[in-house]
Design a protein around this ligand. Structure first.
Ligand code: GLA
Length: 419
């Protein structure tokens, strides 16, 4: 083997992007809105017309996404979850939207969402029925993929209820191929590993080749306990899941619940910071028609979004834990680093944390530039490896910062650039 060929083979082994689902989508973590956590399976349009699962809901969210700067901030997909279809397939065996709640049909809704410069996501299930009991796609993978393509849908969330676990892999792969065969670019969001973990360790190489993102763990709820359990699960499985993330395919810790009822502002900041560190899809599930200004500002914080969307595309991980603090670090492009320090002590006031103790601080040798992003933006200036910088972190809050190395060569400052 020539040296060049050997180098190429080695590079392809090192670069996970090579093995990603090759549909050109999700090169950065998906951003958008998804109805489930906030609106669930509310089909009662007679008494609750503003919150029921209907075309109106998605049209209003699309309107808000344009009007209130969400689209500009990067949020792009408006996604339907469970409970949209009619309980019966049509005479040709195709899924059809509930005629009362979606009188215009999905194609018209897609046109509307596209006219706003946004994309439309839809939901289906690999098994006999969806989790909420609507028709599943088992036996209809090609028909359903073609239907979604005919409707000009841009994303499919494919759930894993009501199928024997041994058939999951086959089903998810078949749907991936069916979507591909339609010729339309449809981002493919899976729940394959979540349904497989109870029985065996999922094959993340196959999952990454099949899906653009994949849920690993339980549904998010609007509570701090839920957020903590997701972070804990992620950290305790990071050795098996972090390497599988990269441009084209991402681990999905589920929706952002920021702007709802259950999280304090500090806890909302923690979710936003840690979802950015985890290179997670940023799919909000909230009511954009009625969201408090602080939550909106947090969700649209361009410095946090930049971390989420960093072109290096590496997922961060928990690097240290102790004294009721957790440190999470994410390598960024240009040798930079994002660091989140989470204060898990839910008693007392803000606690100090000496940042120069974190593993990634070695990029500050000889010097680095530090930008604090949360709890408030502040340029912390040039630091060295001996810096005695103490961060104050609120109970269940997070301090988020970026560290940019500076190397001094020939009297001028330049970025070290390895990506
Ligand atoms: C499962 C999924 C959720 C949601 C519901 C819908 O629980 O994990 O994200 O899609 O089904 O029924």
């Amino acid at each position: 083997m020539s040296k060049m060929l050997l180098l190429l083979v080695l590079l392809s082994l090192l670069n996970p992007a090579v093995e990603a689902l090759d549909n050109g989508l999700a090169l950065k973590p998906t951003m958008g809105w998804l109805h489930w956590e906030r609106f669930m399976c509310n089909t009662d349009c007679d008494t609750d017309p503003d919150n029921c699962i209907s075309e109106r809901l998605y049209m209003q969210m699309a309107d808000m996404m344009v009007k209130d700067g969400w689209r500009e901030a990067g949020y792009e997909y408006v996604c339907i979850d469970d409970c949209w279809p009619s309980h019966e397939r049509d005479a040709q065996g195709r899924l059809q939207a509930d005629p009362k709640r979606f009188p215009g049909g999905i194609k018209k809704l897609a046109d509307y969402v596209h006219s706003k410069g946004l994309k439309l996501g839809i939901y289906a299930d690999v098994g006999e029925k969806t989790c909420a009991g609507y028709p599943g796609s088992l036996g209809y993978y090609e028909t359903d993929a073609q239907t979604f393509a005919d409707w000009d849908v841009d994303l499919l969330k494919f759930d894993g209820c009501n199928l024997k676990w041994t058939l999951l892999g086959d089903g998810y792969i078949k749907m991936s191929k069916a979507l591909n065969k339609t010729g339309r670019s449809i981002l493919y969001s899976c729940e394959w590993p979540l349904y497989e973990w109870p029985f065996q360790t999922p094959n993340y190489t196959a999952i990454r080749e099949t899906c653009n993102h994949w849920r690993n763990f339980n549904d998010v709820f609007d509570s701090w306990i839920s957020i903590k359990s997701i972070l804990d699960w992620t950290a305790s499985h990071q050795d098996s899941i972090v390497p599988s993330a990269g441009p084209g395919g991402w681990n999905d810790p589920d929706m952002l619940v920021i702007g709802n009822f259950g999280l304090s502002h500090d806890q909302q900041e923690s979710q936003m910071a840690l979802w950015a560190i985890m290179a997670a899809p940023l799919l909000m599930s909230n009511d954009l028609r009625d969201i408090c200004p602080r939550s909106k500002e947090l969700l649209q914080n361009r410095r946090i979004i930049e971390i989420s969307q960093d072109p290096l595309g590496k997922q961060g991980y928990r690097s240290a834990k102790g004294n009721n603090f957790e440190v999470w670090e994410r390598p960024l492009s240009k040798n930079r680093l994002a660091v989140a320090v989470l204060n898990l002590q839910e008693i007392g006031g803000p606690r100090g944390f000496a940042i120069s103790g974190v593993a990634g601080w070695k990029v500050c040798d000889p010097q680095c530039n530090v930008t604090l992003i949360l709890p408030q933006y502040k340029e912390m200036g040039v630091q060295t490896k001996e810096s005695k910088l103490i961060l104050k972190v609120n109970p269940s809050g997070t301090a988020l910062l970026t560290v940019t190395p500076i190397s001094k060569d020939f009297g001028r400052i330049h970025w070290k650039d390895t990506d």
